[in-house]
Design a protein around this ligand. Structure first.
Ligand SMILES: *[C@@H]1O[C@H](CO)[C@@H](O)[C@H](O)[C@H]1NC(C)=O
Ligand SMILES: *[C@@H]1O[C@H](CO)[C@@H](O)[C@H](O)[C@H]1NC(C)=O
Ligand SMILES: *[C@@H]1O[C@H](CO)[C@@H](O)[C@H](O)[C@H]1NC(C)=O
Ligand SMILES: *[C@@H]1O[C@H](CO)[C@@H](O)[C@H](O)[C@H]1NC(C)=O
Ligand SMILES: *[C@@H]1O[C@H](CO)[C@@H](O)[C@H](O)[C@H]1NC(C)=O
Ligand SMILES: *[C@@H]1O[C@H](CO)[C@@H](O)[C@H](O)[C@H]1NC(C)=O
Ligand SMILES: *[C@@H]1O[C@H](CO)[C@@H](O)[C@H](O)[C@H]1NC(C)=O
Ligand SMILES: *[C@@H]1O[C@H](CO)[C@@H](O)[C@H](O)[C@H]1NC(C)=O
Length: 910
């Protein structure tokens, strides 16, 4: 019956497109916001429900300040942002009704030329003001900010200011007595002259940001009036080190206690004085100090990547090469300062000035510090955080950043350099946080005791290095480590017991490493991680999960297995030991529906993500699990909205109190991929429709006695089946029985059944692929073992209605071969054929065979085709492939078309 019904549906679909139930497209954005037009100013204003936060905008019509907009004070805050407008000036009186504001931003107006003195009069509650992105605002008049007595933060970024002297007179201490933060980033100021900050003498300013101001000059006394300056950001200017040193020394002499200094991307270069080299050493020839030459000790060149280096390298040769490298843990040198190590020049003086200051946090990101040896840096007591990322560092030798040099250092960023590894003694053993990501070196050597004395380290990030292998001694000494990040570190091999030294580890990120490809995940690897809470194994090329892989992880709360190649979870007991598990993510694998309960031991489980897998229907086990968790994400699966999906779902609806809620609220919204009629419509819609139309036969309604109903129903169906159904569906019912009983050899009936197929396969193809089909037919029919194929032009009875002819041919063919090519995908007729074949053979999945000719663009695929390509194994034919590859193709095709074992194959047709 269902076949007839589905065919009917298919026909209906072709007759008229089905209207989908669509939500009314109202208030979609965010119901809490309302947009009001203010006719006085021409602005549109967006208000949150309590109106404590209002955003006014309109690039075209908002030409005056929205002075009559209502902003309420909500929990002590009243925020107005006027952005992307064409307001030309801020006038006296504009803010007369807004004197209660605590935060105001008038940003991004190309027209703004003036802030009238007195415009802010009476704004004594304003704490935070931004007048930014106003390219035509060239200066602030002395009285422009008058009245802002409470103002703490002032943002004047990316305006048209060309000289500090055009702004600072407006920032005098009597105007802004409470000012703490001043941000002038991205104004083309060019220089800080001695008198520039004098109008601000006595200011309470603590934080000054002058990033990207094109500064080329800094007068030694330029910053002197800012006597409380604690945080100075000069990132991305081109000041020279000598000027900076002089200015810092001057501040120091005045007793200014600068705490934080950002000198990032300043083109500073720490040069090492070229000294005579011992003749016994390697050749110097000019490049020394800037590029890494071959290191005589480790014998590895850092310049040229050996050809075996490749993140996707998967050969054994790769592993051998790695072992060779990894078996050489010799540090580059342990010698004392070498004679050519002496640093020199203005950058060194600058570092000495910083060392004398009270700076605790120093950013040197993006400058150049090619090598760090014992003696390169001055001793810098007091320094707690140091950013040395992207400084082109190629060598770090013992004493370079050791506790003698930076005794108080807690956080260090060495990311984006070219360090070939880490050796003992280079870094301070008092570090708490170390970031050494993304070294450009062709491999990253973690010598066996690199972390031996780092017993205080809490967080270590070694991502995006080419580490290749970690042994059971690599991490010895890291007894306090809580967070270990090793994303995309080309890890091919992890030794058992590797994590044993890390008793306190809470978070381990191993994402993007191919190690499970070589040695599937073993429980022994995770020994000692009884305290681990988060384990990330996304993108690790995992194909399966050993039953006890996570045996040691009794505290694990979050497990991430996204983007692997897991094929099934059915019967897996991998999750059973994870008693504390709360969140599991297996999105974007290739998992199909599972029938066994997976999570009955994980009582804390709240969230399971299975998006982007190959789920075609929902099993009772999945439905039951959905009820136990807050979230079961099944988006982007390949749901086939047919009776396989309907039966368990509706049974569950009937037997469970919570089932209805779960299904509609949690699962009902996911989309069907096929059949075409239900494509992009929700499972919920389908279930409702199927229920209303009894499309999948009766589902027993008497919940407590469901099994009685089931038995009766079965008996009834059996009786009915032997009569009516047998007749109507005689061909494929017989086929179905065959596939079930196919392996039993002694059945004469079976032989008869096979014999009754007129063809071995029905071929569905596009006319444009005739050449291939012709080749296929001649090859299969003329060479032993002989097959008989049903091909449109040749075998269709003249005069029969085309659909009937197709139907009966499909019914009298053992299998259906789809020749999928771009032309096939474009042809509607073929799509329809595929559709029929697909439904008719739902009972026996291997009845359908896909042969692919060339690449078919995703955009061309109908949902049914997409579903088939996703879920069926297909053979690929390539015209230009070598003869032996083509022979393999034919052999596989013959194997796939061969009748089930035990039958005699085709009998002559009369
Ligand atoms: C300002 O808004 C109030 C209501 O919020 C309105 O009564 C008043 O007329 C407006 N003023 C002007 C000048 O439109
Ligand atoms: C003040 O405003 C600026 C920019 O509008 C914002 O970045 C900053 O976080 C605000 N400060 C506070 C304390 O809200
Ligand atoms: C160093 O290299 C240069 C050119 O690369 C060569 O001319 C010179 O002889 C070499 N010196 C020594 C001591 O090897
Ligand atoms: C660094 O050099 C000094 C003398 O120049 C020496 O006393 C100290 O031990 C060296 N430190 C290391 C770690 O080699
Ligand atoms: C590690 O500490 C031990 C003793 O605390 C010391 O002997 C050894 O030199 C240290 N190693 C390094 C590389 O600092
Ligand atoms: C290390 O630095 C990179 C790049 O700046 C950053 O993305 C990463 O979050 C840092 N790691 C940690 C643990 O903070
Ligand atoms: C590390 O593994 C080796 C064998 O590969 C073994 O002999 C050694 O005892 C292990 N060390 C530790 C600390 O487990
Ligand atoms: C699928 O349906 C959603 C609404 O449910 C719609 O926004 C989207 O455009 C549809 N996709 C296609 C490709 O039709």
């Amino acid at each position: 019956m269902w076949l007839v019904l589905l065919l009917g549906l298919a026909a209906a679909k072709h007759a008229a497109p089905v209207a989908g139930g669509r939500d009314p497209n109202v208030g979609v954005e965010d119901a809490r916001w309302a947009i009001v037009h203010d006719p006085l100013s021409g602005c549109s204003c967006k208000k949150a429900a309590p109106e404590g936060h209002v955003l006014c905008f309109d690039h075209v019509s908002c030409t005056r300040f929205p002075s009559n907009v209502t902003v309420r004070t909500y929990f002590g805050e009243a925020v107005l942002q006027v952005r992307a407008t064409s307001i030309a000036r801020l006038s006296v009186g504009d803010l007369r009704l807004l004197q209660h504001l605590t935060e105001l931003a008038v940003d991004n107006s190309r027209a703004m030329v003036r802030v009238e003195p007195g415009a802010f009069r009476g704004m004594s509650l304003l704490l935070n003001l931004s007048l930014s992105f106003l390219p035509r605002l060239r200066h602030l008049e002395p009285g422009a900010l008058e009245g802002l007595t409470a103002l703490r933060e002032l943002y004047l970024m990316r305006n048209g200011f060309l000289r500090l002297g055009d702004v600072t007179p407006a920032l005098a201490v009597r105007t802004l007595p409470s000012l703490v933060v001043l941000n002038l980033d991205d104004n083309a100021l060019r220089a800080v002259e001695a008198p520039d900050f004098r109008p601000m003498a006595g200011t309470s300013l603590e934080v000054l940001s002058l990033a990207e101001c094109d500064l080329g000059a800094l007068h030694p006394e330029g910053l002197a009036p800012l006597h409380r300056l604690a945080d100075l950001n000069l990132n991305d200017n081109h000041l020279d080190a000598g000027q900076l040193a002089a200015a810092l020394d001057h501040l120091g002499a005045l007793g200014v206690a600068l705490q934080k200094l950002d000198l990032g991307s300043m083109a500073l270069s720490l040069r090492l004085r070229p000294a005579l080299r011992p003749t016994s050493a390697f050749n110097t020839s000019g490049t020394f100090g800037l590029t890494a030459g071959p290191d005589p000790q480790s014998g590895v060149t850092t310049e040229d990547s050996p050809s075996w280096i490749s993140t996707s390298a998967t050969t054994e040769a790769t592993e051998e090469s790695q072992s060779q490298i990894l078996d050489d843990p010799t540090p580059p040198t342990t010698s004392q300062t070498r004679p050519w190590d002496q640093p020199d020049g203005p950058f060194h003086q600058l570092l000495q000035s910083i060392a004398r200051s009270e700076v605790k946090e120093l950013v040197l990101h993006g400058n150049e510090v090619a090598r760090l040896h014992n003696g390169t840096l001055p001793r810098m007591p007091g320094l707690q955080r140091l950013d040395l990322s992207h400084v082109d560092l190629t060598e770090g030798l013992p004493g370079g950043l050791s506790a003698d040099v930076v005794p108080d250092l807690e956080q260090l960023d060495l990311g984006g350099n070219r360090l070939p590894g880490l050796w003992p003694g280079f870094l301070s053993d008092r570090l708490l946080v170390l970031n050494m990501t993304a070294s450009a070196a062709p491999y990253f050597n973690l010598a066996s005791s690199a972390f031996r004395n780092m017993s205080r380290l809490r967080s270590l990030d070694l991502s995006y290095n080419r580490v290749f292998r970690l042994t059971n001694v690599t991490f010895a000494g890291l007894g306090s480590l809580q967070v270990l990040t090793l994303r995309n570190s080309s890890l091919f091999r992890l030794d058992d017991g590797l994590f044993l030294p890390m008793e306190r580890l809470e978070r381990l990120d191993l994402s993007g490493n191919p190690f499970p490809l070589y040695h599937s995940l073993r429980a022994e690897l995770f020994q000692g991680l009884g305290g681990l809470r988060v384990l990330l194994l996304a993108g690790c090329s995992m194909r399966s999960l050993a039953p006890d892989a996570f045996r040691h992880l009794s505290s694990l709360q979050q497990l991430d297995l996204q983007d692997n190649n897991l094929l099934t979870l059915d019967g897996s007991s991998a999750f059973r030991p994870l008693r504390a598990l709360e969140r599991l993510d297996v999105s974007r694998n290739r998992i199909g529906p599972w029938r066994s309960a997976l999570f009955d031991n994980n009582e804390h489980l709240r969230e399971v993500r299975v998006a982007g897998n190959r789920l075609t229907y929902l099993t009772a086990a999945m439905l039951q699990e959905a009820e136990g968790v807050d979230l079961l994400d099944l988006a982007d699966n390949t749901f086939h909205c047919g009776c396989d999906l309907y039966q368990p779902a509706s049974a569950r609806l009937l037997t469970s109190d919570t089932g209805v809620v779960t299904l509609t609220s949690k699962l009902g919204r996911y989309k069907c991929l096929s059949p075409d009629r239900w494509w992009n419509r929700t499972i919920d819609e389908f279930l409702q429709w199927a229920t209303a139309h009894s499309a999948c036969g009766p589902v027993d309604a008497a919940a407590p006695l469901w099994w009685v109903g089931l038995l009766l129903g079965l008996l009834f169906l059996l009786l009915l089946g032997s009569a009516a159904v047998t007749y109507r569906l005689r061909h494929h019912l017989r086929y179905y029985l065959d596939t079930i009983a196919g392996r039993r050899r002694d059945s004469a009936r079976e032989l008869a059944a096979h014999a009754n197929f007129q063809y071995d396969a029905f071929v569905s193809y596009s006319n444009e692929d005739q050449a291939f089909v012709h080749l296929m037919v001649t090859t299969l029919e003329n060479e032993a073992p002989h097959f008989r194929l049903c091909v449109y032009e040749r075998d269709f009875t003249v005069g029969a209605a085309i659909t009937e002819a197709v139907l009966s041919s499909v019914a009298s063919s053992r299998r259906v071969v789809l020749v999928v090519s771009p032309a096939f995908a474009r042809s509607h007729w073929c799509a329809w054929e595929a559709h029929i074949a697909h439904h008719q053979r739902l009972l026996a999945e291997d009845a359908l065979l896909v042969v692919r000719l060339g690449a078919v663009q995703d955009a061309l695929l109908t949902p049914t085709l997409r579903y088939l390509l996703n879920t069926r194994i297909y053979l690929e034919w390539c015209d230009t492939a070598p003869a032996d590859r083509q022979r393999v193709f034919w052999r596989k095709l013959r194997a796939a078309l061969a009748p089930p074992v035990g039958s005699l194959g085709l009998l002559p047709v009369q």
